[in-house]
Ligand binder design. Structure first.
Ligand SMILES: C[S@@+](CC[C@H](N)C(=O)[O-])C[C@H]1O[C@@H](n2cnc3c(N)ncnc32)[C@H](O)[C@@H]1O
Length: 336
């Protein structure tokens, strides 16, 4: 995985969709009751042991970095300071990184990487930061094909940095991976992350840029598409609202505009017995279950309380030809 950043330092929090853990005091919703997953924190993943800084200079002592980060509202100031000090190659670079972080840039954008599924994924400015909860979708996907002897074809739709595709390649060596996103910055970033795995990354709207040869042959169709309701975006902390593209967050009135389209067209692309896996909010899952069933798929819901994650898994019946599945959906023409 040559494009990945070296795994030599501690992990960092990439958990919640909106960085609420890093700035809980900015969280605009109550954390005492249930809240949609995109507005609620997930488990922090900082290592408990702290490696001594490898920084060759001390012009900006770590304690000063901690103080500045804490004053800016960074809850995990100690961990963040360690990561920044370790990442900076010069005093000037460290000062600039601290300034960017204090100004509100997501830590992962300052560092240039995020930890996801035990891997370091390059994340460019303007690209969605992969969240810890999405590791649950990856685990669910791996479970469904682990041990399979024939080659596995995977599509990471709405791929962002390509984190899910990279994690799936790492967990399932030898798979063929394709990814697509509508945002040019995400496509560039995913191409870098997936290059050494031979992953193909396409630029365009959902399935539109995928090669037709994949139709009916996809074993795993993984989609972490935007699912935040439009009205809820203003409730998100500035880290997400201001530094992640709107197209990565906004799922329309009920948050499900993109996911409904993903479900409706999935049967055309899935192999018999293939699985669509999409992340949703807990309260949105029933709507996607319904949309998947209408498309002729067999849906189930899996959730992780630990990661505050909900995934709808919709399987194309093994026996049904794609034309029959499309007919059951009442919206897909037979595919020739
Ligand atoms: C929530 S982010 C998830 C990114 C990545 N899957 C991850 O988990 O880190 C959603 C991504 O969907 C992309 N996207 C939104 N609408 C899209 C569309 N119509 N077609 C393709 N990609 C889209 C955004 O650009 C963004 O990168």
């Amino acid at each position: 995985m040559g494009a990945l950043l070296p795994r030599s330092r501690g992990s960092l929090e990439v958990g919640d969709r909106e960085g609420a853990l890093r700035h809980p005091e900015r969280l605009p919703v109550s954390t005492s009751g249930p809240s949609p997953s995109f507005l609620s924190p997930s488990r922090p993943s900082f290592p408990s042991s702290s490696r001594p800084s490898s920084s060759p200079f001390s012009s900006l002592p770590r304690s000063v970095v901690v103080t500045r980060l804490r004053a800016a509202g960074c809850v995990f100031a100690e961990d963040e300071a360690r990561l920044l000090v370790n990442a900076a190659r010069t005093p000037g670079e460290l000062a600039a990184m601290v300034r960017r972080r204090v100004a509100g840039l997501p830590l992962e954008h300052v560092l240039g990487w995020a930890e996801f599924h035990g891997l370091r994924i390059a994340v460019d400015p303007g690209v969605f930061v992969p969240r810890r909860r999405t590791e649950f979708l990856v685990d669910q996907a791996v479970e469904r094909v682990a041990g399979r002897s024939r080659p596995v074809t995977v599509v990471d739709l709405c791929c962002g940095s390509g984190a899910m595709g990279v994690a799936l390649v790492a967990a399932l060596p030898g798979i063929e991976v394709h990814a697509a996103d509508i945002e040019p910055a995400a496509v560039r970033c995913a191409r870098r992350n997936l290059a050494s795995a031979g992953g193909q990354v396409y630029d365009g709207d959902l399935y539109e840029p995928l090669p037709a040869v994949l139709r009916g042959h996809v074993d795993l169709l993984a989609a972490n598409a935007p699912y935040v309701p439009t009205d809820a975006i203003e409730l998100m902390p500035p880290e997400a609202r201001e530094h992640e593209p709107r197209v990565a967050l906004d799922g329309g009135a009920d948050g499900l505009d993109v996911l409904r389209r993903v479900a409706a067209e999935a049967p055309r692309w899935l192999a018999p017995g293939g699985h669509l896996l999409v992340e949703t909010g807990e309260r949105q899952a029933a709507s996607i279950v319904e949309a998947s069933a209408q498309a002729g798929l067999i849906p189930t819901v899996a959730s992780s309380a630990d990661l505050n994650a909900t995934v709808v898994i919709a399987t194309r019946p093994a026996a049904a030809p794609v034309s029959a599945v499309g007919a059951a959906a009442g919206q897909l023409p037979p595919v020739g």
